[in-house]
Design a protein around this ligand. Sequence first.
Ligand SMILES: Nc1ncnc2c1ncn2[C@@H]1O[C@H](COP(=O)(O)OP(=O)(O)OP(=O)(O)O)[C@@H](O)[C@H]1O
Ligand SMILES: [Mg+2]
Length: 293
Amino acid sequence: MSLDASTSVRAEEADEAASDSITEPRNHRTQNNTSQALSVRFDNVCRAFPGKNSNEPHVVLKDITLDVVPGEVLAILGPSGSGKSTLLRAASGLDAPTRGTVLIDGTPVNGIDDRCAVAFQEPRLLPWQNIHKNVELGLPQGTPKAEAQERVRRLLELVELDDYAHLRPREVSGGMAQRTSLARALARRPGVLLLDEPFGALDALTRLKMQDLLLQVHEAHPTTVLLVTHDVDEALQLADRIVVLGRKPRETAASVAHVFTVPGDRPRNRSDEQLGRMRLTLLSGLGVDTHRH
Ligand SMILES: Nc1ncnc2c1ncn2[C@@H]1O[C@H](COP(=O)(O)OP(=O)(O)OP(=O)(O)O)[C@@H](O)[C@H]1O
Ligand SMILES: [Mg+2]
């Protein structure tokens, strides 16, 4: 196939978009083809950014120490700006802590790490590729063709998009696009799945369906999940544990304020009393007036 000027620009954009979403320049990747859930350890992680008008750094995260066991679903809650995305970026290797280390399966994350896959609030699909191709983009480089086809077929089936694989992102709904993004993240069989408000832009009903789908996906593909969400009910439905990030008065840096173990096996009864009490504790911990909610 010959490339004209516009296709080569598009090819560049494609590389850029892909690297922005779940992949980074391929030569930076550690080669790994994990299909097993892996542990994650945040060991005294701190992250500071240059301060705006002074020489004082803007410390965002301070002394984050957390152990996530293989296969666990850990939800991360916290006020806007408390560093939730920054923490996920440190785990994926998209960003590096200023101090401290993130270890996956006991080895430090040092640059973009193929053991992780990331999905964001926006699906970040390539608009000129169809759904099938967008999922295929998540496969590790060098996956043999027959295996690639089979893996994509199964993933499309899992996220119920097998009948829509020929459509382009603009021809599908927001929920379908987000299911595509999830399938693309799973295509590389990550040991750790990092989800940054993955259902945040969806309507309430689609969101509930996506939560069920995530539980199915988690059963079908053993992986450790770090889920950033603003939705307390979502955290209570999906997580084994919930970590709340918070700042002390007069501090800019957030650290782990609370860790809750969520009782009961999944799928959980949404009207369970114990969960209801935990919901109120979480909401008030996040500064929400629980008399109104
Ligand atoms: N690359 C960067 N350079 C400078 N500051 C940054 C950078 N990335 C994040 N920050 C700052 O770090 C803080 C935490 O940002 P982060 O996006 O991690 O918060 P968050 O908890 O994910 O918020 P939200 O819930 O709104 O998504 C913010 O004050 C943000 O401005
Ligand atoms: Mg964020």
